[in-house]
Design a protein around this ligand. Structure first.
Ligand SMILES: Nc1ncnc2c1ncn2[C@@H]1O[C@H](COP(=O)(O)OP(=O)(O)O)[C@@H](O)[C@H]1O
Ligand SMILES: [Mg+2]
Length: 116
């Protein structure tokens, strides 16, 4: 895939982890290579999001309105853009969270990522 587009996805996910994560908290990035796909995930300590809000995360201009999250500035296009790019490459995007503790955003692609 286009490395610039992959870069844009990673910058947004890491930016979100810093922006919405707990100040001074841990951020983990994991890359797993399997024979047919590569999975990348960004995990952060922080307030996370309630499970019922999950469907809204990847919608255009969608920003969650819980007090900790809405305190940060943003446009709500980063996750939507990432989702579009991943889907156009035949991959999937997912988000999970334990409210008040952590959030994890991940995507996979059906081919190995390009060497950097
Ligand atoms: N790591 C995270 N933890 C909790 N909520 C998040 C996280 N990343 C994104 N979100 C939620 O998803 C929304 C959309 O993210 P995004 O599309 O990147 O837009 P933006 O960062 O401009 O607000 C954010 O406004 C926030 O409500
Ligand atoms: Mg963002």
């Amino acid at each position: 895939m286009d490395p610039d587009r992959l870069d844009r996805i990673l910058v947004n996910l890491l930016g979100n982890a810093v922006k919405y994560g707990r100040e001074g908290g841990i951020i983990r990035v994991k890359v797993e290579r399997q024979p047919d796909r590569t999975t990348v995930s960004v995990w952060n300590e922080g307030p996370g999001f309630p499970p019922e809000e999950r469907p809204r995360l990847f919608r255009k201009f969608s920003r969650l309105q819980t007090p900790e999250l809405r305190a940060q500035k943003g446009t709500g296009v980063g996750l939507y853009t990432a989702w579009r790019i991943i889907h156009l490459h035949g991959g999937r995007m997912d988000a999970t969270s334990q409210v008040g503790h952590w959030a994890e955003f991940s995507f996979d692609l059906p081919v190995d990522l390009p060497e950097c």
